[in-house]
Unconditional design. Sequence first.
Lengths: 151, 462
Amino acid sequence: VTGPGWREAVAVVVAAAFAVIVSARTVLRVKPSSPGEEERYDRALERVRTEVPHGASVDVLVRGDPTDVRFGESAATAEDVVLWYRAQYVLAPSIVRPFPVTACDAPEPVLPGGARYLLAGDAQRSGTACGAGSKVLLRAGGLTLFEVEAR
Amino acid sequence: VKALLVLGLALPAWCGWHLSRWVFGPGAQGRFAGLGRVSVAFLVGVGLSSLTTFLWLVVGGALDPSFVVADSLLFACIGAGSELLNRKGSREPKSSVRMSDSARSQGTALDTLSASLLALGFALALWSLTDMSWEHLHGGWDAWAFLNQRARFLVRAGHGWKAAFGPDLAWSQVGYPLLLPLSVARAWTYVGETQAVPLVLGIAFTLSAAGVLVAGVATHAGCAAGSVAGLLLLGTPGFIVAGSYQYADVPLASLLVAALAALQSAGPARKPATIALGGALLGFAGWTKNEGILAGALAVATFWVLVARSAGIRAALRDLGWLAVGAAPSALVWLVFHVRIERSLMPGLPAGYVAPSLRDRILDPNRWAVAFREFSRLSPGMHIGVPCLAIGLAILLGVRSRALVVSIALWTGVGLWIGVAIFFALTPWPLEWHLRTAAERLALQPWPAILLGLFGSTRVDR
């Protein structure tokens, strides 16, 4: 690196070394061993997709308004939002609407503390009454979608 | 399936290839002109095909087998016509840019070293992109929740595709322009719905940004500077992550840097076709994300001022006309989209949320401080010092202040960075939430343009 192009050579080598280190860090990062939340939803929702009439209306039970970004103030949690958005993604072109619930005696099945799903329209739906500590199953179209611990 | 996917992508890219000669054609200097030309061909191909797909839908078509026949015939005819025109004796355009003697490589050893290390950088970036994409097959949040969701509506709903823009979906950024959803939907119509399509597109957009950057810098400052710029972009962690997450910010950054490379390569001769192609790429950027409109406006204003300063106002007005000719198709499609399909540009605020008034936001110094501080902190690679490294290497490569002052890429990139920071300061959404969820992505948009401006202004005197 003593010739006329030494500065270019140094610059190229430094930039390349930098790119190699960053790429190595990316490739060698610790990868999650279990599927993420979205993938868990996908499996259940994909099964439901076969049950939903093309373009039907679908409701997802959530706590509060999932469009409210003021987490902490809103009753909706990040989990509510992910489930609702993901349901829309998987079930498109059905229109998925949020169905806010706040209490166990709401007119629709209420499953506090976990993923909730409700099919509207022609599809069957059922849910058990909730109570602290009890297991709550939500079934739609004969499929068990989620099993959650009621709190 | 693979053959159809290749056909779907290759036919528009073939048309783009003929147009790309106006940026990195045979007259262009530099070893990496071919890399730049392939990248521009891909970008132009994707942009053109998204416009024709949208027009097909607007005139009453659906994305079904009849679309595949019509679409492939259209692009085969355009490509074949361009090929015939080229062969018929139209003179190959000579790039007006001539590399200065000092920028011309003095030894093949340095060129070979640069090309080899750049190839290594591309290979590692491809590995990283593939590895991360595999982990996020559906892309990141914005990709699956908004862009790919819309693509699913366009394909799955047939003639009812407008359901994607109904009031029930107002939360899902329905005002986003449609270049990406249309590109994904178009490819799905060819090969069926597979996650390979948005994944491949995300990777291709990321690598094409680097390809254009390398070629654009090399044309003006030599192979070594081009390689350094490309390696820094490929070594910016956020850029690779956003590319593998299929975020729209990377395609926007790619189209912007390609447009700026075209406008830079227009040079003193200011070839109308090159300027028009730059305008077309700016139009595609605006058709990708609404920030692209701001970027386009900044690029046009900078270009106009620089031309007016060097060649006079009359020449600048003429060039403005050629820019408008190139951008017109995308602008018209954008207008049709917003007039006939979806009027909103941004989603509405949550019910019950009262944003501070615009006056209060403007007059609150704390908001400005937080917005600029956080936007700076979240800028590309800031946490590992990439911007400092870029400046250091540019100085090592002999960056010239006079070249920086007249660099359209640098002014546009820096202007976009400041514009987006101002956007955050004035956002009606909760500031902290908006910065946390969007700032890191948006800060990537001007990054390749800034690198093009910085390294395109270098020259080592020997």
